[in-house]
Write a new protein. Structure first.
Length: 71
């Protein structure tokens, strides 16, 4: 499960529009939204692109893409 709140925050902080980020990942805007809303999963290649594009640290990457909710 993706920590969508944190990913959206990082995208907002970057100043990039969602459509731009989606295109950089090779996705349509709608396809990116499905991943952002946890309807589909991000591929490893998309994670690598987002890490570089958003300047994420390894810890931030893990917190976003390998997120598990505490129960």
């Amino acid at each position: 499960m993706t920590n969508s709140v944190l990913l959206r925050q990082k995208i907002d902080e970057s100043g990039y529009k969602l459509a731009f980020v989606a295109a950089k990942c090779g996705l349509t805007y709608y396809g990116f939204l499905k991943k952002l809303n946890n309807e589909t999963e991000f591929k490893a290649s998309e994670m690598v692109i987002l890490k570089g594009l958003l300047g994420l640290s390894d810890e931030e990457r893990d917190e976003i893409f390998f997120y598990t909710e505490s129960r």
